[in-house]
Design a protein around this ligand. Sequence first.
Ligand SMILES: C[S@@+](CC[C@H](N)C(=O)[O-])C[C@H]1O[C@@H](n2cnc3c(N)ncnc32)[C@H](O)[C@@H]1O
Length: 233
Amino acid sequence: MVSDGTPDGPGPVIPQSGLLYGQRDHWAATFSANPDMYGTDPSEPAVAAATRFARAGITDVVELGAGQGRDTLYLARRGFHVHALDYAPGAVETIRAKAEAAGATELVRADRHDVRDPLPLADRSVGACYSHMLFCMALTTPELQRLAEEVRRVVRPGGLVVYTARTTEDAHFGAGIPRGEDMYEHGGFIVHFFGRALVERLAHGFELLDVGELTEGQLPRRLCQVTMRVPPS
Ligand SMILES: C[S@@+](CC[C@H](N)C(=O)[O-])C[C@H]1O[C@@H](n2cnc3c(N)ncnc32)[C@H](O)[C@@H]1O
């Protein structure tokens, strides 16, 4: 495994001028140099989310910031239809190839998409939204608020939203290069560290069901796992 200010180890170096918009190419280069950067096992949040979605009778999921698809393929193995979105060139091709190899093309759709743009889904068209370490990327608070509104638009009433984000308890919070708001850059990766106030702000219009804590990787990264429900209509 590699380190990214998210991963574990030195990542490729980009010029200091590589700010919020340079992140996409940095992710692409890092994925290209590090196949299965986060490993092939599903993340802990994916396992928990899958169980929660199944108990709620949900059968389809949109995944934001799917990366190299460790959780996408797991959700498919659990029987969910997964629409994976990621903006890094090469990421969705990797996911499609893995779905093909796993015989899961019927269950997995992967599209290149920047979550700063409106989500490419119809209103109330999916049962759940799942996202591991996407909300804590180089997204400003207004961009995150627009994203949360988009998630509320596309998830059906009564549907679930599970996301994780690195928190202000993380060792990298306040260290590295400040990039505005609670964003700091490490190894070329910009991370937006979440406090409780931001979690509550993004929960506007949702029912906030719970906010758990977890760690991942060698740093370890300290994350919150947020579960919300779109109010039943
Ligand atoms: C920390 S990685 C997590 C990947 C994956 N969820 C996992 O846990 O294996 C963050 C992912 O978000 C993607 N990403 C970052 N900003 C994005 C944006 N604005 N739109 C879409 N994807 C984005 C990156 O390309 C990367 O794949």
